[in-house]
Design a protein around this ligand. Structure first.
Ligand SMILES: CC(C)(COP(=O)(O)OP(=O)(O)OC[C@H]1O[C@@H](n2cnc3c(N)ncnc32)[C@H](O)[C@@H]1OP(=O)(O)O)[C@@H](O)C(=O)NCCC(=O)NCCS
Length: 179
């Protein structure tokens, strides 16, 4: 199975914020943005895997400033790292107001997807081949983010999170975290 670079999964999705997408303050509803992000990230994951994918997890997403009715949302998504059957997708979300010429970063997020075969079973995904410095940094950081989300999802014991332990404690592990 040949590998794929992040640019092969690069996806950009644009949406115009319409009245039906907003709350009573005329701001984009957070849930609607998460829905669009799920779609953009799934398309990116599909491009990497050439498979149907399902969302396994959504990392913490914070909304830094309100997005207004009439703004254009741009969601940029790309696969940062493939593991065995799963891929991590990073998204950068921008809110643009075309008449006033402003464009601000709304949020960043990581979603994880699992690839399925034609029988709906988990299946192996192509490896990631990062090329640029930024892609390599995202690739390396993906291991720590994966361990954190697996611990939070109840899929990994904190004691097994070697990357996180090294990050937080270096060689000086507290007694209760020593293997
Ligand atoms: C996601 C799903 C396929 C995982 O299946 P599972 O049998 O529990 O999976 P496993 O524990 O064997 O893990 C399979 C892969 O998923 C990853 N994974 C599982 N839970 C995860 C989580 N909470 N966060 C991130 N990755 C996760 C594992 O790390 C593993 O990746 P790897 O093969 O690359 O190492 C399964 O739970 C599922 O189908 N969930 C529903 C998906 C869905 O409907 N999404 C839409 C939600 S509305």
């Amino acid at each position: 199975m040949t590998g794929k670079s992040p640019k092969e999964s690069y996806t950009i999705m644009n949406e115009l914020v319409l009245p039906n997408d907003t709350n009573t303050l005329n701001n984009l509803m957070g849930g609607r943005l998460l829905h669009w992000m799920d779609i953009a990230a799934a398309i990116s994951a599909q491009k990497h895997c050439n498979r149907i994918v399902v969302t396994a997890s959504v990392d913490n997403v914070s909304f830094q400033s309100p997005i207004k009715l009439g703004d254009v949302i741009s969601i940029e998504a790309k696969v940062t790292r493939a593991f065995t059957t799963s891929v991590e997708v990073r998204m950068d979300v921008w809110a643009q107001n075309i008449p006033s010429g402003t464009k601000v970063k709304s949020n960043e997020a990581y979603y994880t997807f699992v690839a399925l075969d034609n029988d709906g079973k988990k299946t192996q995904v192509p490896v990631s081949l990062p090329e640029t410095e930024e892609e390599i940094a995202l690739y390396e950081g993906a291991l720590r983010r994966r361990q954190l989300r697996l611990i939070l999802g109840g899929k990994m014991a904190a004691n097994d999170a070697t990357e996180l332990k090294a990050l937080f404690f270096g060689e000086q592990l507290p007694l209760n975290l020593k293997a």
